[in-house]
Every structure is written in structure tokens, then in C-alpha cells.
Ligand binder design. Structure first.
Ligand SMILES: Cc1cc2nc3c(=O)[nH]c(=O)nc-3n(C[C@H](O)[C@H](O)[C@H](O)COP(=O)(O)O)c2cc1C
Length: 213
């Protein structure tokens, strides 16, 4: 029986992270239930130059991901559809990743606002004690942002900031994106080869340590 991961894309900058997480899940043979917030349409348009429309989600997603998507691989639920599958705890999913997570989405999930399907699905997965990973993208952060992130942590979510490490030897932006996506997949124990793991010795990355160190 199909048991997908819910991927919620909210309106923070960082749509490449969402693309990399979805691709990583599909590459690992996982299925995805996708929810894209209204604001995320603006960031997708701004960052990819492409529209994302409910009525044309399949074509728009295929363009965004750069691959065709099969019926069993990805189900799409409009963000305004509060009767959608992921709005109920009895709908089978493995858990949820919110990537990127806007401060508004973090706040809404932290206080149980459920103002749209993305926030409701996250709330449901928290109450069902399923894995939830939230990937905030904002800087600097205010006290209220930090309080909401702490509430999410306390509610059982993994708060995984979009904060790439440079120790894996990235030589281009996509590798930095893949580092964050790989850490997301690590958090939900989905196998991948998105970044080179730390091997316990300096110099494994791009820059070898200076002589004598
Ligand atoms: C181009 C663009 C970039 C944005 N970048 C961010 C961001 O990096 N982080 C953030 O928290 N909000 C960002 N916002 C603001 C959110 O989109 C806004 O707070 C929105 O209400 C979030 O709604 P959602 O959580 O339902 O997606 C951005 C908005 C636009 C239009």
C-alpha cells in the first residue's frame, strides 16, 4: 500500500532545496504527497522563472524537477483543500518535510493554526508522532522566530535550518543545496548519496589544511 512522505513547500526563499529533497525521495523509491502554499508560487516563479498552477501541477512539477512524475510517485493536493488526504491522521503517510519553511509557516505550525493544508498536515503529523522535519530559511531571526522554532522542537519536529556545511567540499551551488537536502533525508533515514560524509580527518573537503596543521 502506498505510504508517501508529505512534502510541504512554503513561501520562503529556497525552492531548490524542495526540488532536491523531492528528487532524493523519488530516487530512493519513496513516494511523495506534495503541498505548495500560495506564497510558494511566488518564490517558485521568482527563483525558477516558472509558474506553478493547481490545474497544471503535473506539467509544472515535471518542468521544475526536470523529470516526468508517475501517478504513484507523486500525488498533489491544493493548499486550500482542507479535506485532502494529509489533513487527517487516518490517511497513511510516513511523515512530513516542510522545505523551505517560511517563518509564517513555522509560526502557524508551532501554534496549531492550520490556516492551510500545509500547516494542517504538519500539525497532524506532529500529533500522530510521525517524523516531521522543518527547514527554516530566514536571517537574521527575531525572538518570536526562535520561540516558534523551539516550540516545533519541543513538539517533536527536527528543526533543520537551510544552512549548508562547507566541509563536504562543495564546488558549486547545487552541491550546497544537496548538502541540506541530504541532511533532511538523513533525518528521516532515507538513503542517498547527495553529499560526502565527514570521514574524521581534515582535508577531505575542497581546501586541504595548510602545511603543518
Ligand atoms: C520572493 C519572496 C521571498 C521570500 N523569502 C522568504 C524567506 O526567505 N523566509 C521567510 O520566512 N519568508 C519569506 N518570504 C515571505 C513569505 O512568503 C510570507 O511570509 C508568506 O506569508 C509565507 O506564507 P506561507 O507560509 O503560507 O507559504 C518571501 C516572500 C517572497 C515573495
Amino acid at each position: 500500500m502506498r505510504c508517501p512522505w508529505v512534502v510541504g513547500v512554503s513561501g520562503a526563499s529556497g525552492t531548490p532545496y524542495a526540488r532536491a529533497v523531492m528528487s532524493g525521495l523519488l530516487d530512493a523509491g519513496e513516494s511523495v504527497d506534495l503541498v505548495v502554499s500560495r506564497a510558494a508560487r511566488l518564490t517558485i516563479l521568482d527563483e525558477t522563472g516558472e509558474s506553478f498552477r493547481d490545474a497544471h501541477w503535473k506539467d509544472d512539477l515535471a518542468r521544475w524537477l526536470g523529470r516526468e512524475v508517475g501517478e504513484a510517485d507523486i500525488a498533489y493536493w491544493p493548499a486550500g483543500d482542507l479535506a485532502a488526504g494529509p489533513s487527517s491522521g487516518s490517511y497513511r503517510v510516513k511523515g512530513m518535510v516542510v522545505v523551505p519553511a517560511s517563518t509564517a509557516a513555522c509560526a502557524g505550525i508551532a501554534i496549531g493554526l492550520s490556516k492551510d493544508l500545509l500547516q494542517r498536515a504538519a500539525d497532524v503529523n506532529l500529533k500522530e508522532r510521525r517524523p516531521v522535519v522543518v527547514v527554516p530559511r530566514e536571517t537574521p531571526v527575531s525572538r518570536s522566530h526562535l520561540q516558534h522554532l523551539l516550540s516545533l522542537h519541543d513538539a517533536g519536529a527536527v528543526v533543520l535550518p537551510a544552512s549548508p556545511g562547507f566541509y563536504a567540499g562543495a564546488t558549486d551551488v547545487q552541491q550546497l543545496v544537496d548538502f541540506v537536502a541530504g541532511r533532511v533525508l538523513d533525518a528521516i533515514e532515507v538513503p542517498h548519496t547527495l553529499y560526502t560524509r565527514w570521514r574524521g580527518e581534515l582535508g577531505g573537503g575542497l581546501g586541504a589544511p595548510p602545511p603543518g596543521r
